[in-house]
Design a protein around this ligand. Structure first.
Ligand code: SF4
Length: 336
């Protein structure tokens, strides 16, 4: 389990991301036969030294297919757990096990069991931002890019319990028009902080900019509303997973783009399309948990073989089916 929210969350510090650091990290990774995976919301220097960057689905796939003996997962705890579920024979390390997720913490296995008891026979669809214990109670995991397809694959007369993100749930409900979809009222503190009025103000000040919006943002509903009202031309509003944002950055003709998600994403977008000006809708939308994976934490991880991620065999076995269904249905590049 990730650390409870009351624990000291001061990141490991005191190491500069200089050439000596890069050499030592790469040298230790080679020595340990380790592959370094970094989520799109990681610090730029962590993204730049990783073997692979991406969203949670892309990284899960790489972890499962990798020949490396060790996976060093630079991301938050549930992501490293997912890698361990898919690759139980490998050593999975997270550079700081206190890196949790407020969205994953918004429901635990006991709460989910109680919710299931209220809706016997319902199909449980969980966004990938959940603990291993919650995944073990889940029928199909999903990412933000395949959530709609996953729900559409369920017979129309079956009730669906969708968790934990209420904004992604609202997006799926709107897209599928499904009345028997029940949504857990969880949210990510970072995405919830990006709101509609802020988006309207930024859009008005940048009338030619495209809007890239992650569906977990509290602003997704407002963005669609603004598009519907003609305040923002609908062709400029793109609701995208983080992986799809990179693809769209390469394809758009816009000269500037407003991005509504965690600000770490800007680094990948600027790398993908340096000629475009990318700006955050909210500059303060930074996930403190993601930023706990510092240069010092990564070095400690490789030097000391820490923090190792463990998932009980029985929990992992139950969770694996739900995660594998997510990977089969997901297109490359999906999820947070
Ligand atoms: S940005 Fe939100 S959903 Fe993503 S890891 Fe951080 S707290 Fe969790």
């Amino acid at each position: 389990m990730a650390a409870p929210i009351t624990e000291d969350l001061t990141p490991y510090s005191g190491v500069a991301p200089d050439a000596a650091w890069r050499d030592e990290v790469r040298g230790l990774a080679k020595e340990r036969d380790a592959v370094l995976l970094a989520h799109n919301y990681q610090l730029p220097e962590i993204q730049d030294i990783a073997d692979h960057t991406g969203d949670s689905l892309a990284l899960s796939r790489i972890a499962a297919a990798s020949d490396a003996a060790t996976i060093v997962f630079c991301g938050v705890h549930f992501m490293a757990e997912t890698a361990k579920i898919l690759a139980p024979e490998k050593t999975v390390l997270i550079p700081d096990e206190r890196a949790g997720c407020s969205l994953a913490d918004s429901i635990d296995a006991a709460q989910l069991r109680a919710w299931k008891a209220e809706h016997p026979g319902a199909v449980v669809v969980s966004y990938v931002n959940t603990t291993a214990e919650v995944k073990a109670e889940t029928d199909i995991c999903c990412t933000s890019s395949n959530a709609v397809d996953v729900v559409r694959s369920i017979p129309a007369d079956r009730e669906v319990l969708f968790l934990p993100d209420q904004f992604l749930g609202a997006h799926v409900k709107r897209e599928t028009g499904r009345d028997n979809l029940h949504i857990w009222a969880g949210e990510c503190h970072v995405h919830a902080g990006i709101n509609g009025p802020q988006l309207a103000e930024r859009a008005a000040a940048n009338p030619d900019a495209d809007l890239f919006i992650h569906p977990e943002c509290g602003c997704a509903t407002s963005a669609l509303y603004l598009a519907g009202e003609g305040i923002v031309p609908s062709e400029q509003v793109k609701i995208l997973s983080t992986g799809d944002m990179v693809t769209q950055a390469r394809a758009t003709k816009a000269k500037s783009v407003l991005v509504a998600t965690e600000i770490g994403m800007l680094h990948q977008l600027r790398r993908a399309a340096p000629e475009i000006e990318f700006n955050a809708v909210n500059d303060r939308a930074s996930c403190r948990y993601m930023k706990m994976i510092t240069p010092a934490a990564l070095l400690r991880s490789l030097r000391e073989n820490k923090d190792e991620v463990h998932v009980a065999a029985e929990t992992a076995a139950r969770a694996r089916g739900a995660v594998q269904r997510m990977i089969e249905i997901g297109k490359p590049g999906g999820g947070e």
